[in-house]
Design a protein around this ligand. Structure first.
Ligand code: THU
Length: 128
């Protein structure tokens, strides 16, 4: 699976974004060890903090289908630089030890980083 394929799926799901408040569409796609890809988009709410980011939508879809080993995630938005995941999404990515995080924008810029690079000193089950 090439990064470009995962980014393309994230871009497709970005079109499903429900963003009546920010009008900022985000798409994400997770590659599971099974080989399946799970896409997600951001889903906003009139009660703003209840909003779910695209990355968490995609991860929760994968996990709720029984996936536990996630190999990569792509995230894309119409940003100047490749779209950077928020802190809450980084924490959820860390929970499932996603080793490769691919950030992208609509201009075609991409940047891939490791989980350690994205969220050093993450809080984890080892801290409990
Ligand atoms: N958003 C995401 O979907 N992912 C991120 O990592 C950053 C922010 C969404 C949440 C909200 O719907 C919109 O972008 C503006 O913050």
């Amino acid at each position: 699976m090439k990064d470009e394929e995962l980014i393309a799926t994230a871009k497709e799901y970005r079109e499903h974004a429900y963003v009546p408040y920010s009008n900022f569409k985000v798409g994400a796609a997770v590659l599971a060890k099974s080989g399946k890809i799970y896409g997600g988009c951001n889903i906003e709410n009139a009660s703003y903090p209840v909003t779910n980011c695209a990355e968490r939508t995609a991860i929760f879809k994968a996990v709720s289908e029984g996936e536990r080993e996630l190999e990569a995630i792509a995230v894309i938005a119409d940003t100047e630089e490749p779209c950077s995941p928020c802190g809450a999404c980084r924490q959820v990515m860390a929970e499932f030890c996603i080793p490769r995080i691919i950030m992208a924008n609509l201009k075609g810029d991409t940047k891939a980083v490791s989980m350690e690079e994205l969220l050093p000193y993450a809080f984890s089950d080892k801290d409990l």
